[in-house]
Ligand binder design. Sequence first.
Ligand SMILES: CC(C)(COP(=O)(O)OP(=O)(O)OC[C@H]1O[C@@H](n2cnc3c(N)ncnc32)[C@H](O)[C@@H]1OP(=O)(O)O)[C@@H](O)C(=O)NCCC(=O)NCCS
Length: 164
Amino acid sequence: MSMTRNGIADLDLKFSQMDVSDIVFVADIERRNYEYPWTRTIFSDCLSSGYLCTVANFNDKIIGYSVVSTTSHDAQILNLCVDKDCRGLGFGEKIMDLLIEDIKSRGLNEIYLEVRSSNIQAIALYKKKGFELIGVRQNYYRDHNGREDAKVFFLNTKKIGYKQ
Ligand SMILES: CC(C)(COP(=O)(O)OP(=O)(O)OC[C@H]1O[C@@H](n2cnc3c(N)ncnc32)[C@H](O)[C@@H]1OP(=O)(O)O)[C@@H](O)C(=O)NCCC(=O)NCCS
């Protein structure tokens, strides 16, 4: 896909709630983009559990998705992915913006997430959106060499000066 970041109008990216019929495409993207991918069953369980599952379509093709769980007082971003060929074009940030708006519209302001310590791109995105590092879970993830730490990030959308 040859595009520049400036060539993408907001209208080009369309969001919809993930449907069961999307899972086969989402799981394909998941396999291409994670070393330890979620299975179709996990996505299916997320849908049945009522998690906020969103797909992002570009030119009628799913290019990314997100999964968020909520409680009565906070939200946790469990998955956020943009397909390899479509990265670096602003899609990940647009998905995050939508997520944050969606979470806020449900009356929730506190958002948590965990990310591999080595995931520089995702960490840069989270910091750009105002997330702060609040902790480390040691040896949380599997990796080639054994285990890898998780960094825990937090955003309070009501914090002073926060502007998406
Ligand atoms: C993290 C991810 C969603 C970013 O998606 P993307 O569409 O490439 O991101 P964007 O183009 O919207 O970039 C937004 C910001 O992310 C950060 N970023 C994205 N790519 C980056 C890179 N290669 N290096 C450093 N920072 C990067 C930057 O802060 C960037 O803002 P900037 O362009 O103003 O510098 C994408 O890399 C991805 O899906 N990775 C695989 C799945 C994954 O690891 N998900 C996170 C699990 S916790």
